[in-house]
Design a protein around this ligand. Structure first.
Ligand code: AMP
Length: 262
């Protein structure tokens, strides 16, 4: 039976009982979709115990309106996680993870200056801080992250290596709808028409011959573009549609074989 812990001490008791079994964790902010499910499925295949964390981390939101409207679907999330064979859920309140407020934070001198880091000040500090807390609390052998947030994976992978975090940081391919749109919790905030229009992000990333051309395609489609940039052999975009900020990235050579779901 899946067990839900809401405090650190409750989880640590559960953790102590797991002994030396192989433990995988999938950190999420809830509002689960096919993308999260693919991470949980992989975690299920590769570990004895599957832990999923559900926590909308306030310190990574630089826009209070974005935090307020972030979708929260706890009951549906727990049903899905149960179906996927999750053993343990850790769903703390903010005060459980930040008992003394936001006093200590992880800050990086590289990797975080461009793209998400430049356009969302403080975002990576919040992400690195909360993930380090979660990795220290969960004490898993492996943690699973999605390529949809490739820069985030890159930053967390480097952080874990540099701080000698014993958990292996694993990256998983991006799950997309049939129209190419990357699954995202924020997609739920789009209208049906907006959801169709958002397919232009993947299309522009994969078909344009340059980052500038992809930006022009997005702007012609009526999106407000934060950036289109190329790093690490990939092309990245962040743009607003119906006031919702969406991000995606693809490898530059045609070698992506990401899963497709509807
Ligand atoms: P989030 O709940 O948005 O913080 O995402 C939790 C984890 O799921 C992160 O590692 C994301 O990169 C990953 N994820 C989100 N969307 C997708 C997707 N469409 N495909 C694969 N992984 C995803």
């Amino acid at each position: 039976m899946m067990h839900v812990s809401t405090t650190v001490s409750e989880w640590l008791e559960r953790r102590a009982a797991l002994g030396g079994r192989l433990i995988g964790v999938v950190p999420t902010m809830g509002a689960l979709h096919h993308g999260h499910a693919s991470l949980v499925e992989r975690c299920r295949r590769e570990n004895d115990v599957v832990v999923v964390t559900l926590f909308v981390n306030p310190t990574q939101f630089n826009d209070p309106a974005d935090l307020k409207r972030y979708p929260r679907t706890m009951d549906a999330d727990l049903d899905l996680l149960d179906l996927l064979g999750t053993d343990e859920v850790f769903a703390p309140e903010a005060t459980a993870l930040y008992p003394n407020g936001y006093v200590f934070k992880v800050v990086a001198e590289s990797l975080t200056r461009e793209m998400e880091g430049r356009h969302r000040p403080g975002f990576f500090d919040g992400v690195m801080t909360v993930v380090l807390k979660l990795l220290n609390v969960i004490r898993a052998d492996r943690a699973y992250f999605g390529e949809k947030d490739f820069q985030q994976w890159k930053v967390l992978h480097a952080m874990a290596a540099d701080l000698f975090v014993p958990t292996e940081i694993i990256r998983c391919p991006t799950v997309r709808a049939a129209n190419g749109l990357a699954a995202s919790s924020r997609n739920a905030l789009l209208s049906a028409e907006g959801w169709e229009r958002a397919a232009v992000i993947y299309r522009s990333l994969t078909t344009a011959s340059s980052a500038d051309e992809a930006r022009a395609v997005l702007e012609d489609a009526g999106l407000r573009v934060d950036y289109v940039e190329e790093h690490w052999g990939r092309r990245f975009a962040a743009a607003y549609l119906e006031g919702i900020r969406l991000i995606d990235n693809v490898p530059l050579e045609n070698s992506e074989c990401s899963s497709v779901s509807t």
